[in-house]
Design a binder for this molecule. Sequence first.
Ligand code: ZN
Length: 286
Amino acid sequence: MRLANLARRLHLITDSGAVDVESASDGRFDADPQKIYARWPEFRAWAETADLSQGRRYAREALGAPTPAPAQLVAVGLNYRDHATETGFSVPDGLPPVFAKFASSLSGPYTTVRLPEGNVDWEVELAVVVGATASGVSEEQAWQHVAGYTVAQDLSERVLQMSGPAPQFSLGKSHAGFTPLGPWLTTLDEIPDPTSLRLTTEVNGEVVQDGTTRDLLFPVPALIARLSRIITLWPGDVILTGTPAGVGMGCTPPRYLAPGDILTTRIEGLGTLEQRFTAQPQDTAE
Ligand code: ZN
């Protein structure tokens, strides 16, 4: 099952197009895409028997983040060995570095992003959406607390991210539009093997990141178990699971996004994001 935020309304994406959930359920489920995760088991049961034959065509630009307003947007760093190495950090043992991205940085899958001052870099990431409150869950129980997956791009302004006596990861990664998410949520049953998904990033068609979730140091169940020992994960929360090698700061010389660049972010079986970058308003004729 694929679940999308289309023009701020919850839709199921089927072979025939997009089905509006509020209409198809005769008002049983709210149109607000964020609200569905609190009723996840009930919604899944309904969707399995619902009449979804009335799909409509839609414009991809109307897609928003499948979780437009999560209570928590948790990001994990250094969760691929080759990425930890390229950025000069050591590989974590007990717990990978965890930081917050602020929800105001979320956007849909196809957007234009204004480049702030500094060096803006790319990070393709498998994102997991929480489907049930998780507190102190074991690795074995972890999947029962997941609604599904989506594709994330963890855009990062490296100057601010690395500045000061304690680095500013959360702010450097939370500029407007810095967390494109989508194109939809894909439920677990659609992905037979989440441990070998190919993740890629392209800049203007050139492949710069090409990894696989097989290389995750802390796979999804391990992340949920470790995070939920400390924080309570709520339905609709999003966890970004980290990025493989190939980010711009790891290049020699480093390479960052420039106005006019097009960034294509893809995870096998989950879909594609596309971001176009523009200069700050004072640098343009707008
Ligand atoms: Zn990241």
